[in-house]
Design a protein around this ligand. Structure first.
Ligand SMILES: *Cc1c(COP(=O)(O)O)cnc(C)c1O
Length: 365
């Protein structure tokens, strides 16, 4: 069976460095914050060309704390896409604010920037664009809407570490960028982890307080906060992996190019790449009107695939009170029926790419 993702191959390639990094942390006894986290934060800030990078416990917490630090509170409205992982909207609701969904553009699966304006009300305080599958949202239009209506922009970059939009890294264009180091992400830890990046002194200061019980000095608490820190062991692992991220992202793009060239089937739509965006292919997501049949057929041929995402957020049981229903966001609902993510990771072999492509080409409904 060809799996959608294989993390062991990558570990074996850099095993010595990783093992050394882990044992250095263990020997130092510096497990919570301290120099390993600081080193990694500095390197990410340099890599992304942003003033601050602050490690937190997960991508979800990064979004949650970034919204809080941006001043989002109970009763506010936050605009986002219904076609994303649940956490993107969940954090808004957990603050007591209301997620307001805007349909996606069919080509990139990202929020349709032409439809944002209509969703803005006097309560709208922020937009969370998601750079889904590793392809940037149209940040020019989003930043225009932000300055016109005085909105905060919190970028969900969980799937887009290293991706550019018009020469700038995703996460550094809005007020804050939120990254996830969940093991399967392009830059993945060996456990949970996340990061908020910002060039705002105010947001950075607030996030640093919020992640550590509202305290700068131990046992003196300025505000109520949380326990949401990036583990030192994870930071040390991530620091090793950061050195390879551009190589790995290029390898993903090469896998994508090979799929694009070799998959020729009139029932399959390949992923779109905008000239303004460098796609980092967290996922290689095709569309097929006979998606469920295709998925079953590929499974029988020994190829695993995934459906990201089978149910739009506005149709989730947890969100039935928001008042949306079937038909509210036709493009998102169409996507949930048609998308299929193929195996992709930097080490995926040419033989496997060829095999998968051939099987897809001989798929008949
Ligand atoms: C993975 C992911 C998150 C959540 O990150 P965690 O680290 O798992 O909390 C949020 N948004 C998107 C789009 C994601 O893919």
């Amino acid at each position: 069976m060809i799996s959608v993702l294989d993390l062991t191959e990558q570990y074996l390639e850099i095993k010595n460095e990783i093992d050394r990094a882990i044992s250095e942390v263990v020997r130092s006894g510096q497990f919570i914050l301290g120099r390993f986290v600081e080193d990694f934060e500095k390197e990410v800030a340099t890599y992304l060309k942003v003033k601050y990078a602050i490690g937190v416990a997960s991508g979800t917490d990064a979004l949650y704390l970034a919204l809080l630090a941006s001043g989002i509170k109970r009763g506010d409205e936050v605009i986002t896409t219904p076609f994303t992982f649940f956490a993107t909207a969940e954090v808004t609701s957990n603050i007591g604010a209301k997620p307001v969904f805007v349909d996606i553009e069919p080509k990139t699966f990202n929020i349709n920037v032409e439809k944002i304006e209509k969703a803005i009300t006097s309560r709208t305080k922020a937009i969370i664009p998601v750079h889904l599958f590793g392809h940037s949202s149209r940040m020019d239009k989003i930043m225009q809407a932000a300055s016109k209506h005085n909105l905060k922009i919190v970028e969900d970059c969980a799937q887009s570490f290293g991706a550019d939009y018009r020469g700038r890294k995703t996460g550094t264009i809005g007020d804050a960028g939120c990254f996830s180091f969940f093991p399967t992400k392009n830059l993945g830890a060996y456990g949970d982890g996340g990061m908020i990046v910002t060039s705002s002194d105010e947001i950075a200061e607030k996030v640093k307080l919020l992640r550590a019980h509202g305290s700068e000095k131990k046992y003196y608490h300025k505000i109520l906060g949380y326990n949401s820190r990036l583990d030192a062991i994870q930071a040390a692992i991530l620091k090793v992996k950061l050195k390879y991220i551009d190589i790995w992202n290029k390898k993903r793009a090469a896998v994508a190019r090979k799929y694009r060239e070799s998959i020729v089937n009139k029932d399959i739509v390949s992923p779109f790449e905008d000239k303004d965006s460098s796609h980092v292919y967290h996922q290689y997501t095709i569309r097929c009107p006979y998606r469920d049949n295709l998925k079953d057929y590929l499974a029988k041929e020994g190829i695993s695939t995934m459906v990201y995402y089978p149910l739009s957020l506005h149709l989730q049981e947890a969100y039935k009170d928001l008042g949306y229903g079937a038909g509210s966001f036709p493009e998102s609902e169409k996507a949930q029926k048609e998308v299929l993510s193929l195996p992709i990771y930097p080490e995926l072999s040419d033989d496997n790419i060829k095999y998968i492509s051939e099987k897809i080409n001989s798929f008949r409904t």
